[in-house]
Design a protein around this ligand. Structure first.
Ligand code: PGA
Length: 256
């Protein structure tokens, strides 16, 4: 299977941005541009308070809608948290897990990651599991070690048969929201390492079907180059996903 046999996946992470009407406007615009969704998969990760409205507007189109986080229990005394089943109930079909802002600002430990991923899969949510090193870790030559540790944690309960509904996002922390993108060489190196790790963990078939996408200051003018890299199967876009005039060109990057 060549990398283009894996359907490109373009995801917008809106974080704690936009208001309700802007979210709905964005969904209407994206929906209008998607066609049948056969050649690329597009998803938006909206603030959870707007998810029910966003899924209602996205309905009937191939646009996927997801939450930015979940807790791994189904119910209980977990003030402020959301269960996977709640996201499913309002029509969301995907979720981000282990985003670097969750890890670094809210101190989510590796130990939660495997349980969150398994919980999402058990509830038929498509997880994007985020990994990435800080600038100190990169400078200290610890990139591979850190990413392997994060992969080990997130893949705890993942089986080979989950590979078509599980996505890994490589997001170097130093490239998120900084305007600094990893060079294609840097990204290619880490993506290759991740694919090799998956191969050793889950076997060849899973490694060929599991998508590994890149995130960190993706913009319309670097989307095409990033997507030309063999092991980059999609893009996780933060800042540039907040406006149609920057997100649409990324979705519609020229694949030739
Ligand atoms: P950015 O964010 O595109 O603004 O760097 C990416 C992300 O955090 O997923």
């Amino acid at each position: 299977m060549t990398h283009r046999a894996r359907k490109p996946y373009i995801a917008g992470n809106w974080k704690m941005n936009l208001d309700r009407s802007k979210c709905l406007d964005m969904v209407k615009t994206i929906k209008g541009r998607l066609g049948d969704g056969n050649d690329r998969e597009v998803g938006v990760f909206a603030p959870s308070i707007y998810l029910a409205d966003v899924t209602a507007v996205a309905q009937g189109s191939p646009l996927g809608v997801g939450g930015q986080n979940i807790w791994y229990e189904d119910s209980g005394a977990f003030t402020g948290e959301l269960a996977a089943r709640m996201l499913r109930e309002i029509g969301a079909d995907r979720v981000l897990i282990g985003h670097s802002e969750r890890r670094h600002l809210f101190h989510e430990p590796d130990e939660w990651m495997g349980r969150k991923v398994r919980c999402a899969l058990n509830h038929d949510l498509l997880p994007i599991y985020c990994v990435g090193e800080t600038i100190e870790e990169r400078r200290g030559n610890r990139t591979e070690r850190v990413i392997k540790r994060q992969l080990e944690a997130g893949f705890e309960g993942v089986r080979a048969e989950d590979s078509h509904r599980f996505t890994v996002a490589y997001e170097p922390v130093w490239a998120i929201g900084t305007g600094e993108t990893a060079t294609t060489e840097q990204a290619a190196h880490v993506h290759k390492m991740i694919r090799k790790w998956i191969l050793q963990r889950l076997g060849d078939e899973a490694a060929q079907s599991l998508r590994v996408i890149y995130g960190g200051s993706v913009k319309p003018d670097n989307a095409k180059e990033l997507m030309s890299v063999e092991d980059i199967d999609g893009l996780l876009v933060g800042g540039a996903s907040l406006q149609a005039d920057t997100f649409i060109p990324i979705i519609e990057y020229d694949a030739r």
